[in-house]
Design a binder for this molecule. Structure first.
Ligand code: NI
Length: 136
């Protein structure tokens, strides 16, 4: 079993806000991420797939094809967008990095099978000091 990773970068706005809570509780829980007029992050997305090496190509999967799928199914929907308002697959969920990783996984899992590999990990860095990893 061998693992390969494709990185994509995107910039997006969001706000963390729980409608069922008071303003005070939202601000104390989410801090700067509760700013009423939004704020943004420069995110990095790392998609890792696993499989065996195809003897004809020497590849686990064609990273160029993985990049194409990521651009079409994910990056085009979130780059320079508002995650709360613009992105169909983030509707009705808190736009935390955790939820973003889960929803991106759901968007691309079956496409990785089509490419002959298996999705292993979706990792997202929101700042240089923290990241989230989802393994399904
Ligand atoms: Ni934030």
């Amino acid at each position: 079993m061998i693992f390969i990773t494709r990185r994509e970068r995107f910039s997006a706005a969001h706000k963390l806000w729980n409608q069922n809570w008071s303003d005070e509780k939202n601000f104390s829980t989410f801090g700067k991420c509760a700013n009423p007029n939004w704020h943004g992050h420069n995110y990095e997305l790392f998609v890792t797939v696993k499989g065996s090496i195809d003897p004809d190509t020497g590849f686990v999967a064609d990273l160029k094809e993985i990049g194409k799928i990521l651009k079409e199914k994910v990056i085009s929907k979130i780059d320079h967008k508002n995650l709360n308002l613009d992105c169909d697959f983030m509707k009705d969920v808190m736009t935390s990095t955790e939820n973003l990783a889960v929803e991106i996984w759901n968007q691309i899992k079956s496409d990785m099978v089509t490419l002959g590999c298996e999705l292993h990990c979706v990792k997202i860095t929101e700042t240089e000091n923290q990241y989230v990893e989802y393994f399904g």
